[in-house]
Ligand binder design. Structure first.
Ligand code: UDP
Length: 375
């Protein structure tokens, strides 16, 4: 009988789902038919109020920078996180036990910081191996690291060191990389052909503007400013699940070639066809940009959570930090007009890529379940 792996994620943004899908895709391609996999949005379906509304609360809360920082930092330390978990457990216990009872598994993988304390505790009577895959890059929250986890997989050495500082045994943390869909590395169609398929002009650099899965941050203002500056580019804007943003961007008085999209499952095509990536500092988007060798202009980051991502990109010389709309325009102008700077930054971005991370994580999970594999 196939062994069962339960993946716990939540649609707070697009990154946790994308990372989970990436690992499942890699498992299915390397070990066809060997594992039953299941993804559960544990916050939405197995948490009491207000936790169950997290996917809805995430976009508006992230706009309130002060409130976000406060709630992020409130439990971001070894003692504070433990105290918060202890306080919350009585409220979360019944839902967590129902989750485990209704979704029996041989291995549980958490791809979300809020699952790591409560789930191992709730399965005390009947424990199965519990693995956490950290999907924040550097400034990782204490909630990612549970002493009860059998293994914690991190995208960077910085995230590993943070776990060690929080008391996790070094032998329990492995640096593998951010799991990104194998489709990014697999797409080898030439850029010209991808552009022709997308109907993008071939004689101008293409700037791809994205605000994560939920179209977050000042995407509309950035699009408006780039348009007003009449930069010599084609602008492709991906609004994600933010329909209001889509309507606003569509209605701009467009002066430059442009293309506007809602949520797409074709990110690899868009990114491989583009020349410059303008984004909030989301870990998924950044890691995908590395694989596509794209220079990254970051216009915003979530306080605390994504600040380290900005440093990571800047230290690697793979992009520019432009936290005001005017600075985004300047950064895009520089990269659009100076192809040598653009090429250097693209090469630096590609040097940070870990295209095999999802595959390597799949291999670790498979080996924990002791399955035969030809990998
Ligand atoms: N994404 C997507 N389609 C879209 C917009 C975004 O598949 O239309 C994906 C994107 O490729 C990335 C994820 O959503 O994998 C966003 O993750 P990130 O960590 O950058 O930000 P989050 O949305 O989690 O804050």
């Amino acid at each position: 009988m196939s062994k069962r792996i339960l993946f716990l994620f939540s649609d707070t943004g697009g990154g946790h789902r994308a990372a989970t899908n990436a690992i499942i895709e890699a498992l299915q391609s390397a070990y066809p038919g060997q594992f039953d996999t299941e993804m559960v949005d544990f916050l939405r379906y197995y948490s009491p109020s207000p936790w169950r509304y997290s996917p809805e609360i995430y976009p508006p809360l992230s706009k309130l920078k002060g409130a976000w920082k406060l709630s992020y930092e409130a439990a971001n330390g070894p003692r504070r996180s433990e105290a918060a978990n202890r306080l919350a457990y009585p409220y979360l216990r019944a839902s967590a036990e129902r989750l485990i009872a209704e979704n029996p598994a041989d291995l549980i993988v958490s791809i979300h910081p809020l699952a790591n304390a409560v789930i191992p505790r709730a399965m005390r009577a009947n424990p199965v191996p519990f693995v956490t895959v950290v999907t924040d890059m550097v400034s990782t929250h204490a909630f990612w690291y549970s002493l009860a986890a059998d293994l914690i997989i991190t995208p960077t050495t910085q995230a590993r060191n943070r776990g060690i500082r929080l008391g996790i045994a070094p032998s329990k943390i492995r640096v593998i990389g951010q799991p990104v869909s194998p489709a990014f590395a697999a797409l080898t169609e030439p850029k010209e052909r991808l552009r022709a398929e997308l109907g993008w002009k071939e004689d101008l650099p293409v700037v791809l503007l994205v605000g994560g899965g939920d179209g977050m941050g000042p995407v509309r203002r950035v699009a408006k400013a780039i348009n007003a500056a009449q930069l010599p580019i084609t602008l492709a804007v991906i609004c994600g699940r933010n329909e209001e943003l889509y309507r606003h961007v569509e209605r701009l008085d467009w002066q430059i070639p442009h293309h506007i999209y809602g949520f797409t499952d074709q990110m690899p095509r868009f990114m491989k066809a583009a020349d410059i990536f303008v984004t909030k500092a989301g870990p998924g988007s950044i890691s995908e940009a590395f694989i596509c060798g794209l220079p990254i202009v970051m216009y915003a980051c979530l306080p605390g959570q994504e600040e380290g991502n900005v440093d990571y990109v800047l230290d690697g010389q793979a992009g520019l930090w432009a936290p005001e709309v005017g600075r985004v325009v300047d950064a895009v102008r520089l990269l659009a007009e100076d192809s040598a700077v653009r090429a250097d930054m693209a090469a630096a971005s590609a040097a940070l890529a870990r295209p095999d991370a999802a595959h390597d994580i799949a291999q670790v999970l498979a080996s924990m379940l002791d399955q035969d594999s030809d990998q």
